[in-house]
Design a protein around this ligand. Structure first.
Ligand code: AHR
Length: 496
């Protein structure tokens, strides 16, 4: 099978945004406790943060981290997580049927964020709490001093304000599973009023309204329209969440999951424009794709405990990812980059142990899942401007999306250096791709993530048998690059 790809610096979509490479830390399962934080671990620092996990977070090239939830935030009292640890209450976390010890809270997260070199993105509770608590946490985080909450922060050891920019106005408020679930009218009102008050405290905050929890939500589309009709003037972005996994429809259908993300972004973008047109405004609103990943939602590890069992940091959502899953993750990143004009921020959910690229055994090693690699390499090598890539090649007949290209690709371009990210989504066939390039390009590196067994998964014992290996088929002749892309593979080619 053969395909032709065309890359041209004229096909510019917009800037590569560092915030595309965000992640997510929720008080869920072992993401926080025995994930980023484990004081008894041999690699733990004086604040209890695992050094081996911090090293992997840095290596992965994570730019921003959303915190503290997720469904958890809709029952969270943020004040429980500040002040002397021995005075902090233990609370039931209804979202994940767990006991929250509150050993990690806002100040610990900010300290960890500084060590990890990431920008914090805070979520507030607009499910079971309201405008006043939203005001309080902004005052605690962002006001230099003089007021009660700001002075409490200083007394708790943070003399300088954190000056958090990005704030999520609640989490998945469209979902009936959410504590304090709301209609779009109810949510639009509270989000608008919380946003107005938060901006009165700090006019520099960037605010994200809740969009839909997936494109298949019954309220999708109308939710965005109604919420934005109310909140348009007060917010900067609206969120989108999407999880994909191999369902009964099979592997081939799963491999083209990014088609759903493409349509999701396009449709939310169209709704934003519709509301803007009706308001006759030039103000632009972006999309914060603040939860996305592969998540085997229908499998056992995802089920929370029940009854009288309220454990601290149980093993939850500890999906072990295959090579096929990693190819889908690489494709989702291609989709996010391709929509850089619409998607201003994105967060892979989540970072450690919970549907995560990084795993950490209590007292034991931290290791990389297959999904670590496409994220780390895209984050490290995408820079400058995003270029749309025109693909003309074999197609796949998808039940959900009709006829779609087997290959999907995006490129970035900075000062004469280019990076091409391409997936072969065909389940069985290799594709020989010829890529038309700007004149004078030469190959710096060509690497492919592939395994003869697409079900191969990494483990604590072996996380290196699949990584990414040089693709020796890549060659340039004149202005054309040729490369063979194995079935179910993700490839990165860097050029100078
Ligand atoms: O990331 C796991 C969960 O998925 C989050 O808590 C929630 O927001 C979403 O439904």
């Amino acid at each position: 099978m053969q395909a032709k790809l065309t890359i041209d610096p004229a096909f510019r979509v917009g800037p590569v945004r560092r915030r595309t490479f965000g992640s997510f830390v929720e008080h869920l399962g072992r993401c926080v406790y025995t994930g980023i934080y484990e004081p008894s671990h041999p690699s733990a620092d004086e604040q209890g943060f695992r050094g081996d996990v911090l090293d992997l977070v840095r290596e992965m090239g994570v730019s921003t981290v959303r915190y503290p939830g997720g469904n958890f935030v809709s029952g969270y009292r943020w004040e429980d997580g500040i002040g002397p640890v021995e005075d902090r209450p233990k609370r039931l976390d209804l979202a994940w049927h767990s006991l929250e010890p509150n050993e990690v809270g806002t100040d610990e997260f900010m300290a960890w964020a500084k060590k990890a070199g990431i920008e914090p993105m805070m979520a507030i509770n607009l499910g079971t709490r309201g405008v006043l608590e939203a005001m309080d946490i902004v005052e605690y985080c962002n006001v230099p001093g003089g007021s009660d909450w700001a002075e409490q922060r200083r007394a708790n050891g943070a003399d300088e304000p954190y000056r958090v920019k990005m704030w999520c106005l609640g989490n998945e408020m469209d979902g009936p599973w959410q504590m304090g679930h709301k209609t779009p009218e109810e949510y639009g009102r509270i989000a608008t009023e919380a946003a107005r008050a938060m901006r009165m405290i700090d006019p520099d905050v960037e605010l994200v309204a809740c969009g839909s929890s997936s494109r298949s939500m019954p309220t999708f589309g109308e939710w965005e329209r109604i919420v934005l009709t109310e909140a348009y003037d007060q917010v900067d972005m609206i969120s989108a969440h999407a999880y994909y996994w191999e369902k009964e429809s099979g592997l081939q259908e799963f491999l083209v999951s990014a088609e759903d993300m493409d349509r999701f972004i396009d449709q939310v973008g169209a709704t934003i424009d519709t509301v803007a047109a009706a308001r006759k405004t030039d103000k632009r609103i972006g999309i914060s794709f603040d939860e996305w990943n592969v998540w085997y939602l229908d499998r056992d590890p995802s089920k929370p405990p029940s009854g009288d069992d309220w454990p601290v940091a149980p093993r939850l959502l500890e999906d072990n990812y295959s090579v096929a899953d990693a190819v889908v993750v690489g494709n989702l990143l291609i989709s996010l980059l391709r929509h850089t004009d619409r998607v201003w921020s994105a967060n892979q959910a989540q970072l450690v142990n919970v549907i995560a690229p990084i795993m950490a055994e209590p007292g034991g090693p931290a290791w990389k899942q297959t999904t670590f690699h496409p994220f780390a390499l895209t984050s490290a090598n995408a820079s400058g401007e995003v270029l749309r890539v025109i693909v003309d090649g074999p197609t796949i007949e998808s039940t959900q999306f009709g006829s779609v290209q087997a290959l999907d690709a995006v490129a970035t371009w900075a000062d004469g250096e280019a990076s091409v990210f391409v997936v072969n989504r065909h389940a069985d066939e290799a594709v020989d791709a010829s890529i038309t390039l700007p004149a004078g390009c030469s190959i710096k590196e060509a690497v492919t993530l592939h395994h003869d067994d697409h079900n191969w998964k990494a483990s604590a014992e072996d996380d290196s048998s699949v990584g990414v290996t040089p693709n020796g088929t890549a060659a340039i002749d004149g202005g054309t690059l040729t490369v063979t892309l194995p079935p179910i593979s993700w490839t990165m080619i860097t050029l100078s």
